[in-house]
Design a protein around this ligand. Sequence first.
Ligand code: 13P
Length: 250
Amino acid sequence: MHSKKHFIANWKMNGLIKDLNHISRVSDYLKKIKKNDFNCTFCLPYTLLGLAKSRFDLKKINLGAQNFSVQDINSGPYTGSISINMLKDLKCKYVIIGHSELRAKGETNLIIKTKIKYALEKNLKIILCVGENLMQYKANKSFQIVKNQLKLVLPKNKKDLRNITIAYEPIWSIGTGIIPQNKYLNNFFNKISYYLKKDFKFSISLLYGGSVSSKNIKQFVNINKCNGFLIGGASLKSKNFIDIIKKYYN
Ligand code: 13P
């Protein structure tokens, strides 16, 4: 089973150079608590990745990117685009793929599948985001939607699946302060986990994302199959992020 817990920060389009201080503080905290069964990753905007690489002990903090271009794995005449090879160069270990904010801008399952292939080719670990919108949730279609999102993009072999972590992020929970009820989430994670074991013969780490904060983190401790969190707003300030980790364990 997955004993390792993931606390992954997604800074989205936030953060200036001065804000890297928040990562320093998280890094200092992690050095103090000396946890091994633990993955802390900061998925930063491209503009901060290079600086973060030179500034932080990447043994404690992993770097992740939020996106990359599907046009070419290495380089090419694509103005304004960043390739997966460039992320590798910046010592990124993780990359988010399939975030609902990118799906909303036209990222299809086919594009997501290609991105997964590219990331695997370059040995990047993938945080694959899935989730339903409010209408689908209200119509009891959440599991069906997520299952389909997974079915259409996941590779079949174990070697590849080992490098993928799934983040369930209900769209109606992102940035709204509303989180799913425990009973619903427990049941949902059990169903996803069962589906993956049955159809992919593999147990993939499952994360939750959507309005996670130090105020509600305790509610997630009892979600058996939840291996960690993808955190947006509450990851921007070190105090909030550290409080989430502290409260989860105490
Ligand atoms: P919030 O934590 O701000 O709701 O964002 C969640 C998210 O989209 C992380 O990828």
